[in-house]
Design a protein around this ligand. Structure first.
Ligand SMILES: [Zn+2]
Length: 151
């Protein structure tokens, strides 16, 4: 899947013999595999526990980062290769809102490697102009730290 002249995304899935090695695929195939893979990840109850008595796995953050990284690449492909179509159907403001929501979220929690933003860097600089909110101490995080302070 292409992300513009400088970026080519290869599909890899160690659970599928065919895709053990990073493989070049047309975007529709890549995106179909990607969405199926994301679905299988988020429906995996050992990765995303559905009850409070089951702990999140140690690799939860890494799996989440991988999911978000792969989803971001779909934005890249759509913006780079299909922006004219988005304009034609009047979807641009909706996709931009969706992108901004995604961008601010992954940025706030450092969920994407900086290099992933490269293909859309200029566009992001233009449309994501809101200043980040001041970091607010989450009450749960503050409560979790309190016992250490009592030592
Ligand atoms: Zn395409």
């Amino acid at each position: 899947m292409s992300g513009g002249p400088k970026f080519e995304y290869l599909w890899q899935d160690s659970a599928v013999p065919e895709y053990k090695k990073p493989t070049a695929l047309p975007a529709p195939t890549y995106i179909n595999l990607l969405m199926d893979w994301v679905e299988s990840q988020i429906n995996n109850e050992s990765l995303f526990p559905v009850t409070t008595d089951v702990a999140f796995p140690k690799n939860f953050t890494n799996v989440s980062k991988k999911i978000l990284t792969r989803l971001y690449r779909v934005f890249v492909h759509v913006y780079v290769h299909h922006f004219d179509r988005l304009m034609a159907i009047g979807a641009e403001p909706h996709v931009n809102t969706c992108y901004k929501h995604f961008y601010y979220f992954v940025n706030e929690f450092n969920l994407l490697n900086e290099k992933e933003f490269e293909p859309l860097k200029e566009m992001t600089r233009r449309i994501c102009v809101d200043k980040p909110l001041p970091k607010v101490q989450h009450p749960a995080a503050a409560a979790a730290r309190r016992p250490e302070e009592d030592l």
